[in-house]
Design a protein around this ligand. Sequence first.
Ligand SMILES: *[C@@H]1O[C@H](CO)[C@@H](O)[C@H](O)[C@H]1NC(C)=O
Ligand SMILES: [Cu+2]
Length: 506
Amino acid sequence: MDHLKPRVSLLFLTDLTMATRAKLSLAIFLFFLLALISNLALGKLKETEVEEDPELVTCKHQCQQQRQYTESDKRTCLQQCDSMKQEREKQVEEETREKEEEHQEQHEEEEDENPYVFEEDKDFSTRVETEGGSIRVLKKFTEKSKLLQGIENFRLAILEARAHTFVSPRHFDSEVVLFNIKGRAVLGLVRESETEKITLEPGDMIHIPAGTPLYIVNRDENEKLLLAMLHIPVSTPGKFEEFFGPGGRDPESVLSAFSWNVLQAALQTPKGKLERLFNQQNEGSIFKISRERVRALAPTKKSSWWPFGGESKAQFNIFSKRPTFSNGYGRLTEVGPDDEKSWLQRLNLMLTFTNITQRSMSTIHYNSHATKIALVMDGRGHLQISCPHMSSRSDSKHDKSSPSYHRISADLKPGMVFVVPPGHPFVTIASNKENLLIICFEVNVRDNKKFTFAGKDNIVSSLDNVAKELAFNYPSEMVNGVFERKESLFFPFELPSEERGRRAVA
Ligand SMILES: *[C@@H]1O[C@H](CO)[C@@H](O)[C@H](O)[C@H]1NC(C)=O
Ligand SMILES: [Cu+2]
C-alpha cells in the first residue's frame, strides 16, 4: 500500500494548483483509499472489475455526500475518483505482469535439470521427412536453457539420406559447416558460372558460404549418408531458413511467391508454360534416383582436380589427420584456425575429434573460451559436468562464501548432443565394450586454452606452493601427490590400487 501513495498524490498536485483544490483532492484521495482498503479487506478486488466497481462507487458516493462541496467541486471530485481508479488498475496490471514474468523466469530455470544434454528423440524436431531421408534440427539452444545464450546463433541439423538419393538444390540464410559423419556423398556447390562438385568421405568437413545453392547426392548404393550441419544464421539470430529455387510443388520453388505478371516479364515465358514447369516436381526435397543418375552426377576428373584455388583448401578430413595428442587411452584430433583454414578463423570455430578407448576416460578439464557442441558419433559412455548454475537452492548452504556445484551427468549414446560451456570442468568416459567417438564443433575458440585438473601440467600442481597450501589448508607435497601423474589428457578408468577390489562406476 505504501507505494501507492506518492504516485497518486503526485497526479493530483500536477492537476490542481490552487490551495482549495489541493485540500479537496486530499479529501478525494482519502475517499478512494478508504474504498480501496474496504474492498481489499473483503478480498473483492479482482472479481468485481467487470461489474460496477465498488471502489469507484464508494469514492463517488463520498463525493456526493460532502455538503460543503459546490456542484463543480463534486464534478471534480467524481472525475478524480475515475482517474485514480484508472491509475490503480494500471498499477495492478503492471504488478501482475511483473509477477508473471518472475514466475516464468523461475519456471524456465527449473524446467530443465540438465540444460547441457540433448536427447536424440526429445530435443530434435523434424524439418523434412520423405521416403528418401530426413533433416532433423536441434532445438534452439536458448529454448533449452537461458544459460546457452552465448551460443544462441548456432543451430545444429542432422541430414540423413538413404542409399542413392538426391537432396534438392537449396540455399540457406546461414553459413553452413558441413561434416560428413557416415557414408559417401557428392556435394554440388553452385558458383557464379558453374557447379563445383566435391566428393565427401567420412571425416570430411567443408564450409558453405551463406546463400550458396547446394545439392547433395548419396552416391553409395547401400549405405545411409549421415551429415552434421552447423548453421550460423546471418540474418535472424538463431533462425535459418531453406530456399528452394529449382523445384515445383514439392519442394515448392521460392519463385512461386511472385505474381504471374512478374514471372512472365522476368522469364519472358507465357503463363501456361510456366504453370506446367512449376507443376512438375512433387517428389519432396530428398528422393531416390537411379544408378545412372548417380554416376552422371559424380565429379568429372577435371573438376575434382581443383583447378581454381581458395575454396578447395577448405576441404580436409579429420579422421585421417594426425592426432594432436594420443596415448593408449585416447586420441584427440583438432582442426582449428591455426591450420591455415581462413574460414575457421573467420567463423571463430574449431573442429575436434575425440576417440576414447574403451574403459578409459578424459582428464577432468575445461576450456577457457570455447563452448563445445559435441555430437556422439559412436560408442557408449558417460559424461559429467560440474556446473555452478544448477546448484541446489537449499538454504543450508548459506554459511558458505562460495557457490555450490551441481553434477550434470548423462549416459552417452550415438546421436546424442551435449554442450560444455567455458569454465565448466567435465569428463567423458568410454564404456567397457566400445571406444567412444565424439565429434565437436568448438565455437568462440579464439585464445582458447584447455586447463586440466589431473595429469601432467594440471593447474593444481602448477599453482605455487604457498598459494596451494593456503588454498587447500594442507601441505603442498601432499596435494601434489594427489594431483600429479605422468599421463596427460586420457587415463584408464580404474580405481586406485588400494581400491582395486571394487569396480569403477561413473
Ligand atoms: C579410435 O582409436 C582406436 C585406437 O585406440 C583405433 O583403433 C580406431 O581406429 C580409432 N577410431 C577412429 C574412427 O579413428
Ligand atoms: Cu553451468
